[in-house]
Design a binder for this molecule. Sequence first.
Ligand code: PLP
Length: 458
Amino acid sequence: MKPDEFRRVGHEVIDWIADYRERIETFPVLSPVAPGWVRDHLAPLPEQPEHGFDGLLHDLDTVVLPGTTHWQHPSFFAYFPSNASLPSVLGDLLSTGLGVQGMLWATSPAATELEQHLMAELAKAMALPDHFEGVIQDTASSAALVAVLTALHRHGDDWRNKGVRGDEVVYVSGQTHSSLAKATRIVGLGEDNLRSIEVDPDTLAMNADALAAQVARDRADGLRPILVCASIGTTSTGAVDPVEAIADLCAAEDLWLHVDAAWAGPAALLPEHRHLFAGVERADSFGANAHKWLLTAFDLSLYWTAHPDTLVQALTILPEYLRNDATESGAVVDFRDWQVPLGRRFRALKLWAVVRWYGLEGLRQHLRGHIALAEALEAKVEHSRDWLTAAPRSLALLTIRHRDGDQATRDALLRINASGEAYVTHTVVNGHFAIRVAIGSETTEARHVDALWNRLEA
Ligand code: PLP
């Protein structure tokens, strides 16, 4: 494809995306296709060049769209919405257009320095402490893995040569995201090395006393506690762990404190919600996903650490073919040492596009709008004869259940999702099946939440 062909076909592709976004509300939110339907409708790969996108765009319309769950639909209330705002789509395109692989400072200084600048500026905007240094990871799961690896290095006798000893212990709550369990497995520890601390049944936040007692028991058993993950905004209900109390324990016990705010993190941009982040300044690492609630197309996960040197020591390996003068000078940061893969995309561009298009104030308005919609829905639930909240509302996440019990809640969920008008997913809270209403799509308005509520009440 020559640049002039790219220009022509590129316009068609941008038009296709713009048309799709304009008519997104006409699609059923949840794809109705049966397993295998998409594959059955795809043709064998062409032997001859197509030299155009007509066929591809036709297949997108006829095969891909029916098989797509429309994550950018304003009535997408499932999981956590993963916004791909149009400025971020264009930022992503610019990044791919540059085609930069920014593993080292030397392989593209702008990729590294723009990322450093963005992370430092965002840290300021989110009132994170000056000593945090940031890096963009692909996902919060990778961030969790990096945190566990760094903790292992900090606590290990020669961990880089000998690997895990098998007596290291990682602490989470029963509500922590499963990525921590996966990270623990990946580093070579087993489920026996992961402690799931009980939560308060009302708030679903980690019980800090139970955590302290478990750490003491493990020490008495000769084990080596290494890391606690506290969540600000759990996946199930948005619960917020007592970070201050957990930070006290981590300081006293010399444990790595990773704070996972994958979904709720952007709320740190809002001064009126900063109390949720109290204690974060004492964390060893802190993560928030821009690809959830910060309008940035998947994937882009923000990760700050108080100990970049430990992180680099944990992960760096310098083969001859990566040696270069800039690295050797010690004057630059090579982000390949801050993540698991070697190669890395110029992800900062799409976040930069978002922040510049909306401005910090635009982002704050976006977050506040969703929280206000969730508050309004909560008020309706409080006055409802049929529904009640299953857990306290957390920012823009409301978890509800039917007063008639699990079957009635489940029936409502199935009815809503089959209607195609909205998409919600479930969780279980204190043994009760519950619907999570996660408000967070860029284009969600009161009318979409009202329509969902009418369906729930039907
Ligand atoms: N942590 C929390 C609290 C989450 O809600 C999620 C995803 O929903 C994750 C971690 C994992 O996110 P990612 O897909 O970026 O790995």
